[in-house]
Design a binder for this molecule. Structure first.
Ligand code: FE2
Length: 452
């Protein structure tokens, strides 16, 4: 992302000192002061151009669209981490903005993705990568489709790192949930072996793009398994079927982690393409461990060695048990919830990569910006606003962008208002200052200009 180089916004009144270009581009202070707002503002949906360009597809897709017609409120109250939600829409084109069979064919045949960004699997017979790769793990596309025709499933893990539409979709979900998201794509030929009964250690939304599959849900052996409690077939009998349903193009199922499921291989009609969207949730366990780690760094009692010889037969544990209880009490009184949660919020903010679709056109039109230009924030931005040392700082994607504090209200408005004209910016900035400020925000990839 481009570093800020523009001069800072000029000021209409003489109350505040005139800020210099150097001040605007100055690196934010290391020490963070008051967190103004831990939550990202509601972002503007919609595409910048209004056209269905490959680079801008998917930006409209968020949780609301995934679970429609169920509302997010109902979803979080009745389904999230509780039970599966099946949506049958009778709308085969529902996901066409997100992904199509043609897109996947284009990805496989033209993007030159290496193994393991493309993998083949076949439940009926083992496939080695040598059967469909050449040197340097390059995919032999003709061989890949040959194996596909013989029943192999094509898996494209992490395609959200390659396709802007899927990237934008994940960014939107991350914005809505405050947790990382990933996609896995499965392309399965007709009558191929489906996947065996299992549970996942993260919640999934399965979006059926093409073909039809019959699904079964079984009883739940592990309630909300931790990521370390992986499914082991020998240890996990599948129990009785509790729900059956079909997924046709445009349909969706949400399955919480720990719930056993499979898809019926015999009843699959046509080539099946589905996206499994995985929610990589941080849990209370993660938060407690983070808090514990911070307490330990501050208090050497937690860093002392365990009692000498405690593993020997006949070791008397009474004293050690008292010490353990005493440390638990110390942890309970000194654990800092705010600090621990901030660590996770910072992780989400820093790890969240904005999707800068259309940025080339954006920088090209910078010179034409005027107070009449229409502006909107980039969709699904996750950032924090901080204030200190006479500066107003936006922390996003691991970098901090500093503005003079008198521009704070204008920046807040610029990033949280769905659509506005540059002239609408509040605060004391004059017209030239407003255009300068928006120019910088466009360059940083935080807002987009147009359409007017
Ligand atoms: Fe699964």
């Amino acid at each position: 992302m481009a570093k800020a180089t523009t001069s800072t916004a000029s000021k209409k009144t003489k109350k505040a000192p005139k800020a210099s270009a150097a001040a605007a581009a100055k690196k934010a202070p290391k020490k963070k002061s008051a967190r103004l707002n831990g939550k990202a503002p509601k972002s503007a949906g919609g595409r910048a151009s209004g056209k269905t360009l490959f680079a801008t597809r998917g930006t409209d897709f968020r949780l609301e669209q995934v679970i429609s017609p169920i509302s997010p409120k109902v979803f979080f109250r009745s389904y999230w981490e509780k039970k599966p939600l099946v949506i049958n829409r009778r709308n085969p084109n529902y996901y066409k903005e997100l992904l199509t069979l043609e897109d996947i064919d284009q990805v496989i045949t033209s993007m030159n993705l290496p193994f393991p960004e493309i993998e083949l699997t076949n439940a009926k017979e083992a496939i080695s990568r040598n059967q469909y790769t050449r040197g340097n793990n390059r995919i032999d596309v003709a061989k890949l489709y040959d194996l596909f025709a013989n029943g192999a499933t094509v898996i494209l893990p992490h395609l959200h790192r390659r396709l802007p539409g899927l990237a934008a979709f994940c960014r939107g979900m991350e914005h809505d949930f405050s947790m990382p998201y990933q996609t896995n794509i499965y392309l399965t030929p007709e009558n191929a072996q489906g996947f065996r009964t299992h549970y996942d250690t993260h919640d999934v939304f399965v979006l059926q793009i093409a073909g039809t599959k019959s699904w079964r849900i079984y009883n739940t052996p592990v309630d909300l398994p931790h990521r370390g409690q992986r499914f082991v077939a020998e240890d996990t009998p599948k129990g009785e079927v509790t729900q059956t349903f079909k997924l046709k193009p445009g349909d969706m199922v949400y399955i919480p982690r720990g719930i056993m499921h499979d898809a019926d291989a015999q009843k699959q009609k046509g080539t099946s393409l589905h996206i499994t969207v995985g929610a990589l949730a941080y849990t209370w366990t993660d938060l407690m461990l983070e808090a514990m780690s911070t307490v330990s760094l501050k208090n050497s009692d937690f860093r002392r060695s365990l009692p000498i010889g405690y593993a020997k037969p006949g070791y008397r544990r009474t004293k050690a048990k008292e010490e353990f209880k005493s440390l638990v009490r110390k942890f309970a009184t000194s654990a800092d919830f705010e600090e621990a949660l901030d660590q996770f919020a910072d992780r989400i903010t820093a790890g969240h990569r904005p999707v800068l679709s259309g940025q080339m056109a954006q920088v090209e039109q910078l010179a034409a910006l005027s107070v009449k230009s229409v502006i909107q924030p980039r969709p699904a931005l996750i950032y924090n606003m901080l204030r200190g040392n006479g500066q107003f700082v936006i922390s996003i994607s691991g970098k901090e962008i500093a503005f003079p504090s008198f521009a704070g209200s204008a920046v807040r408005y610029a990033l949280s208002t769905k659509r506005y004209r540059i002239g609408d910016l509040p605060g004391d900035l004059d017209d030239e200052g407003k255009v300068t400020l928006i120019t910088r925000l466009v360059r940083e990839g935080l807002v987009m200009a147009g359409p007017n």
